[in-house]
Design a protein around this ligand. Sequence first.
Ligand SMILES: NC(=O)c1ccc[n+]([C@@H]2O[C@H](COP(=O)([O-])OP(=O)(O)OC[C@H]3O[C@@H](n4cnc5c(N)ncnc54)[C@H](OP(=O)(O)O)[C@@H]3O)[C@@H](O)[C@H]2O)c1
Length: 302
Amino acid sequence: MTVRPPCLLILGRHGQVGWELERCVVSLGAIVAVGAHGAPLSVNLADKAALRDLVRSVKPDWIFNAAAYTAVDRAEAEPDLAFAVNGEAPGVLAEEARRGGAVLVHYSTDYVFDGTANRPYVETDETRPLNVYGQTKLAGERAIQAVGGRYLIFRTTWIYGARGHNFLLTIQRLARERDELRIVSDQFAAPTWSRFLAQTTAHVVAVLERNPDRLEEVAGLYHVTNAGQTSWHGFAEAIVANMGQCQALGAKRVLPIATEDYPTPARRPKYSVFDNSKAEQTFGISRPTWEQALALCLAQQA
Ligand SMILES: NC(=O)c1ccc[n+]([C@@H]2O[C@H](COP(=O)([O-])OP(=O)(O)OC[C@H]3O[C@@H](n4cnc5c(N)ncnc54)[C@H](OP(=O)(O)O)[C@@H]3O)[C@@H](O)[C@H]2O)c1
C-alpha cells in the first residue's frame, strides 16, 4: 500500500520561524512554502481573497501560519494593517482549513498579557494587551477559536535565531560597535530559539500524523517556550560573554537600565514567563533551558 505524504503549506517562509519550519518538517510531507514577496509563490495576508485562493489551489492537509506583522512599535502607527494581517487573516485561514479538512497551526505572543502576574502564565489566564501588536495578535487567536475545528495555537516569547531581525543579532552587532551596552533589566521572559519552536511544531505534527484521532481532543491553545527565565539584560550578558570567549573581543560592559530609561512607542509587559505544562503533558515535549538553546544556536553560527 502506498501512503500519500501530507501536503504542508507554510506561510511566512522568510521569517525566523517560517524559515526554520520549512527545514524541520522536510521529512513529514510535501512542502509548499510561501513568502510575502518573490517566487515561486507569494501572498499578502492582508488580501483575504488572495489568501483564500492560495489555500484552495494548494489543498493542504496542514497550514502553518508563521507570517505576521511583527513590527511591535510600528504597529502603533499602522493599526489597520497590523489588524488585517494579525487579527483577520488567521480567521480566514481557520475557515479555509475547516472547509478543506486541514489542520491550522498558528503562532501567537506573550504580548497578549499585561505582565502583572507573579507566577508563570497558563493558557487560561486573563489577557490584557498593552499595545496594538498584542491586541491584533489576540484578535487573531479569537478569530481562529471562533471558527473552531482542528487548530493549534502556539503562544511563545522572545524569539531569536541565527537569521532574521532579532535581539541576538542586534546585540552581537552593537557589541562589535560599542564598548558599553545599556539594556533593559526589568522585563522578564524566556528567550526562545526559532529552531526549538520549529522542531517542537514538527514533533507535534509527527505525533498527530500517527494518531489523527487525537486531533479533535488536543486542538487548542498552548504555551511553548524554552525553559527558565531572564531579563533582556541577562540575555544580552549571555550573548556578549560568548562573544568575548569566541572572538577575543574583550570584556564589554552590559549595564542594566529600567524600562523607563528606554522609551518605545509600544508598552511591553514586564513579566511574561509561560507555564508550558499543558504542551509538555499533551505532546511529550522536552524543553531545553534558554541557556542551552542559546549555546546550540551560537555553536551553529561559529
Ligand atoms: N519575534 C518574536 O519575538 C515573537 C515572539 C512571540 C511570538 N511571535 C510570533 O511568532 C510568529 C513568527 O514570528 P517571527 O519572529 O518568525 O516573525 P518574522 O521573522 O518577523 O517573520 C514574519 C514573516 O511574516 C511575513 N509577513 C509580514 N507581513 C505579511 C503580509 N502582509 N503577508 C504575508 N507575509 C507577511 C514577513 O515577510 P517579510 O519577510 O517580507 O518581512 C516575514 O517573513 C508570529 O506569529 C509572531 O507574532 C514572535
